[in-house]
Design a protein around this ligand. Structure first.
Ligand code: FES
Length: 115
């Protein structure tokens, strides 16, 4: 059998934002309850305004990291962010999505320090 090579990614970056909503009395809470829906809309609007056609922003159901929510995950790197304000979204957009950097203060899983 000949080796195969994966095709290139269809999107440069794929962003999944949890917009799951649980009932208000659910003790787990949810990302939508904590404000993820308008922040997702803000990111989508900004992405379109900047013409980032190689980036896809999708709503997602529960990503199973509710305690850190609202959360998003950006692939292909698999970097998770917890966010709560428009300023957080703008920083993730500019630093990570546009420039390829990381917003360490918002990362759910902190990066290992280089030795
Ligand atoms: S409700 Fe958003 S990660 Fe579970």
């Amino acid at each position: 059998m000949s080796p195969t090579v994966d095709p290139p990614p269809y999107f440069r970056l794929h962003v999944f934002i949890c917009t799951n909503r649980r009932p208000d009395d659910n003790p787990r809470g949810s990302c939508a309850q904590r404000g993820s829906e308008p922040l997702r809309e803000h990111l989508k609007d900004a992405q379109k305004r900047l013409g980032l056609k190689d980036v896809r922003v999708n709503s997602a159901g529960c990503l199973d990291r509710c305690g850190a929510g609202p959360v998003m995950v950006i692939y292909p790197e698999g970097i998770w962010y917890g966010f709560s304000t428009v300023a957080d979204i703008d920083e993730i957009l500019d630093t990570h999505i546009v420039k390829g950097g990381r917003v360490e203060r918002l990362m759910v899983d902190k990066p290992a320090k280089a030795e």
